[in-house]
Design a binder for this molecule. Structure first.
Ligand SMILES: Cc1cc2nc3c(=O)[nH]c(=O)nc-3n(C[C@H](O)[C@H](O)[C@H](O)COP(=O)(O)OP(=O)(O)OC[C@H]3O[C@@H](n4cnc5c(N)ncnc54)[C@H](O)[C@@H]3O)c2cc1C
Length: 390
């Protein structure tokens, strides 16, 4: 069986590794336009960390790695075309092309406007060494830029329209996170950016935020160029639609990671996660599918992060706001201490008492407790099984 993987990020690396293990007789070729590195640790390059991933373990299993760009997928011929015109045949193709940062058109401004997605982006920050960095956005990427900026001695100013990491945190925890990060020297400016110029960001209320470099952390859009040209089905015209195992509308083509949908365990709907934990599970599902396995591993959205070396954020499943939108009858429980860290919320369904979401902000890690919650959510246990009397 000939398997070609396009893209060599977390999804490509995971796919190569799992397919080599699960289908030992597969001839696997990975084509990526970058060598693999740990993208979610980009900020640590400012502290001298080497992010390159050693690929010896997959090469020793016969995986061929090509550093090139794929320019076309020819489904009828079951082949891909490389930038030099060379073609490679496949029985199965796995698209792991990731995503690209998006910048709202009215905020595209100036030479000092930057994004934070690839190694060259963090090197640019290090090389330009600004004293003041404005960051537009309130996602975890925005906070990684703040962390990286502080590490090179710059003052980070995060411009927040609504609240921090709102898709992952209960509202009170966004406020707590802001409080904790302000103690670490991050300045928060609440407002709506109007225009970005070299030297400042202009807000809609007429005020300015001075900045020598402005990072746009305003979201990502899946890299779907190849899939779109090849006529694969997309969800909302925006992301590659896949089934539970990662198969696209072409049964010989799979999609994994930030370019594809994933089936959400709580809502049973295809959704976009765009996080590394999802890419890892998706790559295992593709490998299993190639062995003929019919089921799939499914997880809720799961994120753990540490900001500024000591502020731990954990988020699992849905926030109470998202859960209510999905039609759940929601209740919440506040937890503090006893291993739950400084501030945590469990979100659950009022009728069934099953867990729908969990988020926490703490100066201590809540690792074990969060794994208990994750397991309970996957097993669809009621809260009483975790010892709560509600
Ligand atoms: C700053 C930052 C912090 C993050 N923190 C977290 C975190 O804490 N937790 C978490 O779970 N996730 C985090 N993420 C998200 C996580 O990094 C991504 O979900 C993950 O990298 C997705 O992997 P991927 O393989 O789908 O895509 P990518 O890592 O983007 O890899 C795709 C690769 O494909 C290449 N490619 C695209 N098109 C072609 C082509 N035509 N030919 C050849 N190659 C091609 C791209 O250049 C890229 O190298 C973070 C992301 C960023 C940027």
């Amino acid at each position: 069986m000939k398997v070609v993987i396009v893209g060599f990020g977390l999804g490509g690396l995971g796919s190569a590794r799992h397919i080599a293990e699960q289908v030992p007789d597969a001839k696997i070729t990975v084509v990526g336009d970058e060598k693999p590195y740990v993208r979610h640790k980009l900020r640590l390059v400012t502290q001298g960390m080497d992010l390159w991933v050693n690929t010896r373990h997959i090469e020793s299993k016969g995986v061929e790695i090509l550093l090139d760009k794929v320019t076309k997928v020819r489904r009828a011929q079951k082949e891909i075309v490389l930038s030099n015109g060379q073609t490679i045949q496949y029985d199965y193709l796995v698209l792991t092309t990731g995503s690209n940062p998006t910048i709202p058109s009215k905020l595209k401004g100036g030479d000092k406007c930057a994004v934070f997605r690839r190694l060259e982006d963090v090197h640019r920050l290090i090389d330009e060494r600004p004293n003041e960095v404005a960051i537009i956005g309130a996602s975890f990427v925005a906070l990684h830029v703040a962390d990286a900026s502080r590490a090179i001695g710059a003052k980070p100013k995060v411009i927040v329209r609504s609240r921090l990491i709102r898709r992952s945190l209960e509202p009170e925890l966004s406020a707590k996170l802001e409080e904790f990060l302000a103690e670490k020297g991050v300045e928060f400016v609440h407002g709506k950016p109007k225009e970005v110029h070299d030297g400042k960001v202009e807000l809609e209320d007429g005020s300015d935020v001075a900045s020598e470099m402005t990072f746009m952390a305003t979201g990502v859009s899946p890299e779907i160029t190849l899939a779109k040209e090849a006529g694969l089905e997309l969800m909302d015209g925006w992301v590659i639609k896949t089934d539970r195992q990662g198969r696209t509308s072409d049964p010989n083509i799979f999609a994994v990671g930030d370019n594809a949908t994933v089936m959400d365990i709580l809502t049973n709907k295809p959704i976009y996660m765009g996080i590394g934990t999802a890419a890892s599970i998706m790559s295992l599902n593709v490998a299993k599918a190639l062995t003929g396995f019919k089921a799939s591993y499914r997880v809720p959205r799961y994120q753990r992060d540490v900001f500024f070396g000591g502020i731990h954020m954990t988020s699992i499943g849905l926030t109470s706001i998202e859960a209510a939108k999905e039609g759940f009858e929601v209740d919440r429980m506040y937890l503090s201490g006893d291993g739950w860290g400084d501030h945590a919320y469990i979100v659950y369904d009022k009728k069934t008492k099953k867990i729908i979401g969990f988020s926490s902000i703490s100066k201590q890690d809540v690792g074990w407790k969060s794994i208990d919650v994750l397991m309970a959510m996957i097993r669809k246990w009621p809260l009483t099984k975790l010892g709560f009397n509600i």
